[in-house]
Ligand binder design. Structure first.
Ligand SMILES: *Cc1c(COP(=O)(O)O)cnc(C)c1O
Length: 446
């Protein structure tokens, strides 16, 4: 074996089995992946094909083990293959996979969600966060008889045509302005405003308030990295929408049951001016399976088919296995889980910050519950323009050093880091031990 210089990014020789799978995948799947950010385009190198996951650990096709700080982009809040969830899935699967009829698990999961999130009276179950936001937007337009939707730059609400404008991480990572294939008319009724800017919101409503069906916002932004709403921002959204007869849609697909037992609303609500009209959920509530939801008061939800004129449907909606996984996961989201997640996240974030400071690397850590991001800039981030103004190449070097040391971070500087209830001392120590070398790598090209 001849020694070779440490590569700036890991190469296929570090992960031969993943590299071989990627080559095969690339022939039959565009870019070799089924969701673009998995391709490592933002950080370079070979994405790891994961063969197995247990607790806080991922094992790749080459048999290398990584501490998982991706947690499937949020859902795996209890860790991978949690015994209670596994048991629930086995039991449900043994009874059949999909019925195309109503079934009890749907009722149980809907009851659990409605019980946790105080303003909710009803939810409709769907299969992805994208479907949830798409349906919530349609419902808001149906209820108000108006067309215009206001969203915020850097907030991602899934790949809904009308919402793929300044849509954060995945799109930012690829440096696409928006997306090809979305005709201008699909976003003609979408107004994109800067996040955390109440004055611009008020001016927009003053000019066009009577046309606006809804404002959709991430309850706390997590898709441009973690950018929490400024104090009073969400309340201002509620106040302004109410004055003008528009609905407020709080997208809790990422934050729901992640930031607290009842999501971001549980941390920040209730609002003086009333609750959001509609909430969307996904990720944690599916426990790693395709289950998502949107909901609100019974009065608003009554506009949906079959009771109302707004059509919405799904062959696999409320799937009995997915709802069993979601229910078992929410059962595990007990009050004592959240302080543990926050303590674990705090230990990792503090160690990352100390290591980066020791190497003089500019950075800022931002939080929403136990979700956090390390931005590679020294000023706080309050909106998308600021999020984009960071040293993403330093993040790439940092990411690859962590990967070599057995820690799988999100492969983009515009993402939240996630921990689970399964991240134990061994996993946390492996992260902490990996950080000094990664901070040196981040500093090295500066
Ligand atoms: C992940 C996400 C979505 C999209 O959910 P999918 O299940 O990927 O379709 C929507 N909104 C937010 C806030 C998200 O984080």
């Amino acid at each position: 074996m001849t020694s070779r210089p440490t590569p700036a990014t890991s190469t296929s020789s570090d992960a031969p089995a993943s590299a071989a799978l990627l080559e095969r995948a690339t022939r039959v799947i565009p870019g070799g992946v089924n969701s673009p950010v998995r391709a490592f385009r933002a950080v370079g190198g070979t994405p790891r094909f994961v063969a197995e996951a247990k607790g806080p650990w991922l094992t790749d096709a080459d048999g290398r083990r990584y501490v998982d700080l991706l947690c499937s982009w949020g859902p795996m809040i209890l860790g991978h293959a949690h015994p209670d969830v596994l048991e629930a899935v086995r039991t449900a699967a043994a009874r059949g996979f999909s019925f195309g009829t109503p079934s009890e698990n749907e009722v149980l999961l809907a009851e659990e969600i409605v019980r946790r999130v105080e303003p909710l009276e009803q939810v409709r179950l769907v299969s992805s966060g994208t479907e949830a936001t798409m349906s919530a937007v349609r419902l808001a337009r149906g209820v108000t008889g108006r067309a215009v939707i206001v969203k915020f730059a850097g907030c991602y609400h899934g790949h809904v045509d009308a919402l793929l404008a300044a849509a954060g991480s995945g799109v930012a990572t690829l440096a696409l302005p928006d997306s090809a294939g979305v005709p201008a008319e699909m976003t003609a009724d979408t107004i994109v405003l800067p996040y955390n800017d109440v004055a611009t919101l008020e001016a927009t409503f003053a000019a066009r308030g009577s046309e606006i069906a809804a404002v959709i916002t991430e309850a706390a932004a997590g898709n441009m990295g973690v950018v929490p709403p400024a104090p009073g921002f969400n309340e201002a959204l509620r106040r302004v929408t109410r004055i003008h007869g528009a609905l407020l849609i709080s997208d809790e697909v990422m934050t729901g049951f992640r930031c607290s037992p009842s999501g971001w609303y549980g941390l920040e609500g209730p609002y003086a001016g009333g609750a959001p009209d509609l909430f969307t959920f996904g990720k944690v509530m599916g426990g790693g399976f395709p289950a998502a939801a949107f909901g609100g008061t019974a009065k608003v939800m009554a506009h949906l088919a079959p009771t109302g004129p707004v059509y919405q449907a799904g062959t696999l909606s409320g799937n009995p296995v997915a709802t069993a996984a979601g229910l078992a996961t929410l059962k595990g989201c007990t009050d004592d889980l959240y302080p543990r997640l926050e303590a674990t996240a705090r230990t990792i974030a503090d160690a990352a910050s100390a290591a980066l400071s020791a190497e003089g690397v500019a950075h800022t850590v931002q939080w929403a519950g136990s979700m956090f991001s390390v931005f590679f800039r020294d000023q706080p981030v309050t909106n998308y323009d600021e999020a984009r103004d960071q040293d993403t190449t330093a993040y790439g070097r940092f990411f690859h050093s962590m990967l070599e040391s057995g820690v799988h971070l999100p492969p983009s500087a515009f993402e939240a880091w996630f921990v689970s209830g399964a991240h134990d001392d061994e996993a946390v120590s492996q992260v902490v031990d990996a950080l000094p070398a990664a901070a040196r790598a981040a500093a090295s090209g500066a």
